[in-house]
Design a protein around this ligand. Structure first.
Ligand code: SAH
Ligand code: SF4
Length: 354
C-alpha cells in the first residue's frame, strides 16, 4: 500500500513555495495557491474548508484538506499594560510563549518570541531565569503575527524579534519566518520594517550578513563597555568577545543611512560610569550605530539595581558629549523594549484578563 503523503504546513511557506508544493504534489497551478492565500491572508479565514469549494476539483480539495496543515495556536491570556497588549499563546506541547503588540503613532509594532526560554543565560534577563525549552517552529513564529493581525485586528507594520529567546540561536526558522511574513501576497511586512535583536552570536550575524539583506535592521544587546563587565553579565561574551563582535558588525551589509542598533541595559554601579561611556564610544567608533539606553528593570531575586532617573539622563548626556546618537527607552509605557525586553516576568493572572 502507498504511504500517505507527508503533511505540509501553510504558515511555513511563501506564495511561490506553496505554488511549487501544489504543483509537485498534485500537478495543480498557481490559481489554487492564490485562492488559499487570499482566503487566509486577505479574508483572514484560516479555515480553508470554505474556499476549497473548488467545485471542479473535489478530489484535489479532499487531498488538500488532508495534507495541508493550517495550524494556529490558541491565545489563552491577554494582558493590557501601559497601552501594550501582551498575549500568551499555548503551544501544542503545552508550553507557552508571549508576544507584545505595541501601539505607535500610526501603526502597531509586534514583538515576537523565537524560542521557549533562552540558552544564553544573561544575568539581568527574566527569560533566562526559566532556562531553555525549545526553538519555535516557523509556523509558531509566523502564527504570532497572524494572531496579532487577525485575532486582535492590529495594523502591524513593524515586527521586532525581541521577545523570548535568542533569534540567531534559531537561525533557519527565523529567516524563513521573515521570508513568509514579508511575502507581498501574504502579510507583506517588508524587511525594512523588521528588526532582529541578538545577544551577539557572531556565527549567526555572519550568516545573516551573507543573505545580503541590507534593508533588514540588526540590533545588538551590548549592555557593557568592556569584556570584563560583559562577560560578567552575558556568558556569551566568553565565546564571542567584543572585538570579534565588532568585526562581524563592521561586515554587516547596511542600507544607505542605515545603522546598527546597540541596546545598552543600564545597571546601577555596574556599567553606568563616565569612564564606561568613554570606553563605549571608543569601541563603537568604527561603526555606524544608534544606541538605545534601557534602564534596568529589576526582576525577582536579582542583586542588580535600577539606576535613578537623573543617572540615566546623565549617562545619556555623556554619550551625547561623545557624539553618539542615543535614545532613552522608557521602562514603562508604550515602548517596545519596555514591553518585550522582559517577557516571562509576571505570571499572568486571571483577574487581568480583558
Ligand atoms: N535575545 C535577544 C532578543 C531579546 S531582546 C537579545 O538579547 O537581544 C531583549 C532585550 O531586552 C535585550 O536588549 C536585553 O538586553 C533587554 N533586557 C533583558 N532583560 C532586561 C531587564 N531586566 N531590564 C531591561 N532590559 C532588559
Ligand atoms: Fe536570552 Fe536575550 Fe535574555 Fe540574553 S537578554 S537571556 S539572549 S533573551
Amino acid at each position: 500500500m502507498k504511504n500517505p503523503p507527508t503533511p505540509f504546513k501553510f504558515f511555513e511557506l511563501t506564495f511561490s513555495e506553496l505554488t511549487l508544493e501544489l504543483k509537485n504534489r498534485y500537478g495543480k497551478g498557481a490559481y489554487y495557491a492564490t485562492t488559499i492565500f487570499r482566503e487566509i491572508y486577505v479574508n483572514g479565514n484560516p479555515d480553508v474548508g470554505k474556499p476549497l469549494e473548488f467545485s471542479r476539483s473535489k478530489t484535489f480539495c479532499r487531498q488538500l484538506l488532508r495534507d495541508l496543515e493550517i495550524n494556529l495556536n490558541p491565545v489563552t491570556e491577554i494582558k493590557k499594560e501601559n497601552g501594550l497588549t501582551k498575549f500568551v499563546t499555548n503551544l501544542r506541547d503545552g508550553l507557552k510563549i508571549e508576544s507584545v503588540i505595541v501601539p505607535m503613532a500610526t501603526h502597531y509594532t509586534l514583538c515576537v518570541s523565537t524560542q521557549v526560554g533562552c540558552k544564553m543565560g544573561c544575568r539581568f534577563c527574566e527569560t533566562a531565569r526559566h532556562g531553555f525549552f525549545r526553538n519555535l517552529s516557523v509556523e509558531e513564529i509566523v502564527g504570532q503575527l497572524y494572531t496579532a493581525k487577525f485575532g486582535f485586528g492590529a495594523r502591524v507594520r513593524n515586527v521586532v524579534f525581541m521577545g523570548m529567546g535568542e533569534p540567531l540561536d534559531n537561525y533557519d526558522n527565523v529567516v524563513q519566518a521573515i521570508r513568509v511574513m514579508g511575502d507581498q501576497r501574504g502579510m507583506d511586512i517588508p524587511r525594512r520594517y523588521v528588526s532582529v535583536s541578538t545577544s551577539g552570536r557572531i556565527d549567526g550575524i555572519r550568516k545573516l550578513a551573507a543573505l545580503n539583506w541590507p534593508q533588514l535592521n540588526l540590533a545588538v544587546s551590548l549592555n557593557a563597555p568592556n569584556d570584563q563587565i560583559r562577560s560578567k553579565i552575558m556568558p556569551i561574551n566568553n565565546i564571542y568577545p567584543m572585538v570579534k563582535l565588532r568585526e562581524a558588525l563592521r561586515d554587516f551589509p547596511m542600507k544607505k543611512n542605515g545603522a546598527i542598533y546597540i541596546e545598552y541595559v543600564l545597571i546601577k554601579n555596574l556599567n553606568d560610569r563616565r569612564e564606561h561611556v568613554a570606553q563605549l564610544a571608543d569601541y563603537l567608533k568604527p561603526l555606524k550605530v544608534k544606541v538605545n539606553v534601557i534602564p534596568y528593570n529589576p526582576h525577582t531575586d536579582s542583586s542588580f539595581e535600577t539606576p535613578e532617573e537623573k543617572d540615566v539622563s546623565r549617562f545619556i548626556d555623556w554619550l551625547v558629549e561623545e557624539k553618539i546618537f542615543v535614545r532613552k527607552r522608557s521602562t514603562k509605557g508604550q515602548d517596545i523594549l519596555a514591553g518585550c525586553g522582559q517577557l516571562g516576568k509576571n505570571p499572568l493572572s486571571k483577574d487581568q484578563f480583558v
